[in-house]
Design a protein around this ligand. Structure first.
Ligand code: BG6
Length: 516
């Protein structure tokens, strides 16, 4: 297929330096985990490099192990390796000096009193004025304890001074937020007893990705798309979140999760809401949230026959043997956990009724790619049948594809006339590449989310209603799957595009997944 490159104007990343927040301490619970070193500290350091952090700032890692002497050097390593930062970067040493560690058990109340005193000492040392961003990056079973103890020790609602001013406290809660509707509701109730909703930031790291935010700009800052963005012109929508990696040693976690809980209920449903929502009246958190929740609530209950689950079996990838899911470390040899899920969804509202949304997500698929495809209806073909056109079958429907990762960008497929004396046709593609237009970025998505949470901007976070609405959709599917175990697992070889049933889901309706 011919490819047309779009020329873009000279641009550079936007830097809104007015957004530098108040002095504060970021306190990360579960700081000995991978996330802190690989993502959070590199992201905080990128903010520091961009002058988006206050001068009066500190990071305190909290975990059980006694890592007092190794934590800061380890984080420095993470910033260099994961953040694309030079060892002799002038800001690095002063930043690492403000990275501290505190060892405690999350279920031991006395530890919180000591932590509170220690943080107050750091306030004195770094002039951070009592402002806190708590980041709950622990295993989910500790969320309740941490939240309740923060409440009990008055760390969630600090007292006002004599002028009536109190420091702010914000809390980021990592996923998974609950494992079904009931547990998500219970956790919401618990969290809301201690924190006001505007202090809570339920994180979904997909919302930090530039290309995800760009879906809204593409749709709402360009008048040429909105008029065709509906059931009159769109045939169907596909969302693929494919990973080539396996479960990476996370057997016990993944056995309890599976693809639907791990990726579909959160990341994929967020993508879907951005594609399908009505224009919000502003980008304020409440305005965006209302529109997202409306989309999720308009989705019809998902029928068992509109779902596909898969599990990868052993295979050879690039000449190397790869174990099947059931052979992975700490995974049951009879496991029913799905490493692949596909769903057909119907959004029953004025814009989308009758337009199927097909979504699929999985591990150990052929390649790592997250993409949204909007396929348009075919125009009437009569004009091209017979006569001067010899290849009317070459006309393919118009497509807009939004590549979230890797090679972030957007492309448009349309039909063109082949040069020559007859009216023969060829599909062509116009591509916009984020990296070509704006340069490569070493940001990992957490930069924007951390900054927003410090600033108290909840637009890119999930509200209570949102988590409950997506769990309300997924919980009946999980229950139906539990009641109807399937016998043919594993049903796809590692390194392929998932089970045959996922292709049949579309084939039954005369469609097929776009080749990625
Ligand atoms: C996480 C899941 O939320 O998202 C992981 O727990 C998954 O299993 C990851 O690998 C995918 O994120 P990304 O940004 O690599 O697409």
């Amino acid at each position: 297929m011919a490819t047309t490159q779009i020329v873009t104007s000279d641009t550079k990343a936007s830097q809104n330096t007015e957004r530098v927040p108040d002095p504060c301490i970021v306190v990360i619970f579960g700081a000995s985990g991978d996330l802190t070193k690989r993502k959070l500290l590199p992201a905080l350091y990128h903010l520091e490099q961009a002058n988006l952090l206050p001068q009066e700032f500190a990071v305190v890692g909290v975990a059980r192990r006694p890592l007092e002497s190794s934590f800061a050097p380890d984080m420095k390593e993470g910033i260099i390796a994961g953040g694309g930062v030079e060892e002799n970067d002038p800001k690095l040493a002063p930043f690492v000096d403000r990275v501290k560690y505190f060892a405690m058990n999350f279920d031991d109340g006395t530890g919180y009193e000591k932590l509170k005193k220690q943080l107050a000492e750091y306030d004195g040392q770094f002039n951070t004025r009592g402002n806190r961003l708590f980041y709950l990056a622990t295993a989910p079973e500790y969320f309740s304890d941490i939240i309740n103890y923060l409440g009990e020790h008055k760390m969630a609602q600090p007292e006002k001074d004599k002028d009536g001013n109190a420091p702010w406290v914000h809390t980021i809660i990592e996923k998974p937020f609950g494992h079904d509707l009931e547990s998500a509701r219970a956790l919401n109730d618990e969290v809301n007893k201690v924190f006001h909703e505007d202090q809570i930031f339920r994180i979904d790291h997909y919302l930090g990705k530039e290309t995800v935010q760009n879906i809204l700009v593409f749709r709402f800052a360009n008048s040429i798309f909105e008029s065709v963005w509906n059931r009159n012109y769109i045939d169907h929508v596909e969302i693929t979140a494919a990973e080539s990696i396996g479960i990476e040693g996370r057997g016990p976690f993944y056995e309890q999760a599976g693809a639907l809980r791990d990726v579909v209920q959160n990341h994929v449903m967020e993508l879907l809401s951005f594609v399908a929502m009505e224009p919000p009246i502003s980008f304020q958190a409440d305005a965006v949230r209302v529109e997202k929740v409306k989309v999720w609530k308009a989705i019809n209950p998902i029928k068992l026959e509109d779902t596909v689950r898969g599990q990868y079996g052993p295979s050879t990838i690039a000449g190397k043997p790869v174990p099947g899911y059931r052979e992975e470390d700490r995974v049951s040899p009879e496991s029913q956990t799905e490493t692949f899920a596909a769903l057909r969804l119907e959004i029953d509202n004025w814009r989308w009724a009758g337009v199927p949304f097909y979504i699929r997500a999985g591990k150990r698929l052929e390649k790592r790619v997250t993409e949204i495809t909007i396929q348009f209806k075919q125009p009437p073909m009569h004009l091209f049948q017979g006569g001067e056109c010899h290849n009317s079958e070459a006309i393919e429907p118009n497509l807009i594809s939004m590549r979230i990762q890797p090679d972030e960008g957007i492309s448009l497929r349309f039909g063109a006339k082949l040069p020559g004396p007859s009216m023969d046709l060829s599909p062509v593609q116009m591509n916009f590449s984020y990296a070509d237009a704006f340069g490569k970025s070493s940001a990992n998505g957490y930069e924007r989310l951390l900054l927003d949470a410090i600033l108290g901007d909840g637009t890119l976070f999930t509200h209570r209603d949102g988590v409950e609405a997506t769990w309300a959709l997924m919980t009946p599917v999980l229950e139906a799957w539990k009641k109807n175990p399937i016998k043919d697992l594993p049903n796809y070889a590692a390194g392929t595009w998932g089970p045959a049933a996922a292709d049949e889901l579309l084939a039954e309706e005369g469609r097929k997944w776009r080749k990625l």
